[in-house]
Design a protein around this ligand. Structure first.
Ligand SMILES: NC(=O)c1ccc[n+]([C@@H]2O[C@H](COP(=O)([O-])OP(=O)(O)OC[C@H]3O[C@@H](n4cnc5c(N)ncnc54)[C@H](O)[C@@H]3O)[C@@H](O)[C@H]2O)c1
Length: 292
């Protein structure tokens, strides 16, 4: 079960981070996406994170060339999967897209390859069958990889139980803290709790009970947190948050999804586009005056 080569599907926010940490941990990594622009942006994101890791003393400058050398980016799925021991999928949070991707992967991946998905709120049982290898399939869900380091391991009913200790070991090698979700549950452990917070914040905003800043301040000051629910949403990405909120049938979630859509339509997707509820790289909530 020794893993050498990992294949990351989706070169967005999370795919890039998982790929980078995998290389830092010594794995050889291929990153696949359907968009050229996403691959270019992924490399820039990785270089930016590496510089931050050097600045904070976690890595030395002379380690960077070999870390980048272990990563390759490609638009060709067959090339991406060549010799892959494990696939980690971080494509757009839409069940039809995931089904399509896993159908292709099932046809091209080597027989021994383990399959994992980083879906935030879907269940792996919704698309594991499409891969043709549901036994080799498990949810392996990261949060932000570098700052928030819990990784959820959530098998579905047909997952080979041997995957759990293998993923626990891989999670630790990737500098994460693994936790096991004993049965399928949308949102795993942390996101289930986080959605309750975000849902409440969204309700306070859409019902015009309080401003974005005052909602965030309340959370930050009382819990000694570096950001509040709207800062968190900016870091997750408002498009990803919309996919989740939009799929919830209750009126409060629908009202919040409608509000998120107004930001998305203006290209304001959060930190990754430079603007969401706050503007980046210096969002107001990081200003020490914000909570005085
Ligand atoms: N953003 C987060 O904080 C976060 C945290 C944990 C898990 N996730 C999950 O990770 C996944 C990706 O989220 P993200 O925030 O990185 O999204 P993102 O939009 O930043 O990246 C998604 C990438 O998938 C690519 N893509 C779309 N269709 C594809 C296809 N058919 N084949 C290959 N690539 C394709 C897109 O071009 C894009 O680059 C989602 O399932 C999400 O729920 C996100």
């Amino acid at each position: 079960m020794t893993l050498h080569k990992l294949c990351i599907l989706g070169a967005g926010t999370l795919g890039s981070r998982i790929a980078l940490q995998s290389s830092i941990s010594g794995y050889s990594v291929t990153v696949y996406d359907i968009h050229h622009k996403a691959l270019d942006q992924s490399l820039l994101t990785m270089k930016k994170i590496l510089q931050q890791l050097v600045k904070t003393g976690i890595l030395a400058e002379n380690q960077l060339p070999s870390i980048l050398q272990r990563i390759s980016h490609t638009l060709d799925l067959k090339t991406a999967l060549e010799g892959a021991d494990l696939v980690s999928e971080s494509v757009t949070e839409e069940v039809e897209i995931k089904k399509q991707v896993w159908t292709q992967v099932g046809k091209l991946a080597p027989d021994h390859t383990w399959f994992t998905t980083n879906t935030s709120y879907l269940l792996s049982s919704q698309f594991a069958q499409e891969s043709g290898r549901p036994k080799q399939f498990c949810a392996f869900h990261f949060h932000d990889v570098f700052y928030s380091r819990v990784v959820d391991i959530m098998p579905h009913a047909d997952t080979d139980p041997a995957m759990i200790p293998m993923l626990e070991e891989l999670g630790r090698k990737l500098n994460q803290v693994p936790v096991v979700v004993k049965k399928e549950h949308p949102g795993y452990i942390f996101n289930t709790m986080l959605m309750a917070l975000i849902g409440a914040a969204g309700k306070l905003l859409t019902k015009e009970v309080a401003s974005i800043e005052d909602i965030d301040k309340s959370w930050m000051v009382n819990f000694h947190m570096p950001m509040g629910p709207f800062g968190i949403l900016d870091s997750i990405g408002l498009d990803t948050a919309w996919h989740v909120t939009h799929s919830m049938p209750d009126a409060a979630s629908q009202a919040f999804a409608k509000l998120l859509k107004t930001y998305i339509d203006q290209g304001k997707l959060g930190e990754k586009t430079g603007e969401g509820f706050y503007t980046y790289p210096q969002p107001n909530y990081r200003n020490p005056e914000f909570i005085t």
